[in-house]
Design a protein around this ligand. Structure first.
Ligand SMILES: [Zn+2]
Length: 156
């Protein structure tokens, strides 16, 4: 098992690749109980529009790939705090833990009122707190803020 920072750096790499491929600069991965990265995804705006979020892509793949007990031991790692849709996807997929780098509030300062990403003001803690099952959340990681923001430079 590596540190959260290690996996967040992977998610940041994916966010850069995602942007290069014509999508929004977000990246996510799923880490299993052994510390292996078993699923990765960038944003897929170019094909899926507003619901092509990286975390939801990972959660959907995870839910069909892994049994429930393994999902509970997995961690979804994402460069930016998940929106309510992706926090919901993490919850409904049955993933046990979530790690994020940058807060949704900070993201909103970057995206402004860009119609392609009308960032909400609904922290993932609020979404998870409404559930019947606990999801362990770790983040933000301010030491990675500049690296995460670099992927968004002059994008929105
Ligand atoms: Zn989302």
């Amino acid at each position: 098992m590596q540190t959260d920072i290690y996996y967040l750096r992977k998610a940041i790499e994916i966010s850069h690749e995602s942007r290069k491929q014509g999508n929004h600069p977000f990246g996510a991965c799923l880490v299993n109980a052994d510390g292996d990265i078993v699923i990765t995804s960038g944003n897929t705006y170019s094909t899926d529009l507003g619901i092509g979020h990286a975390e939801l892509n990972v959660a959907r793949q995870a839910a069909v790939l892994l049994p429930a007990d393994q999902l509970l031991a997995c961690t979804l790692v994402t460069s930016v705090e998940p929106c309510c849709m992706c926090a919901g996807g993490t919850y409904w997929a049955g993933i046990g833990s979530l790690v994020f780098g940058l807060t949704e509030k900070r993201l909103a300062e970057l995206t402004g009122n860009n119609p392609e990403n009308l960032t909400m003001d609904l922290p993932c803690h609020t979404v998870f707190d409404a559930g019947q099952r606990k999801v362990n959340v770790r983040g933000p990681y301010p030491e990675l803020e500049q690296d995460i923001i670099a992927a968004h430079k002059d994008f929105w």
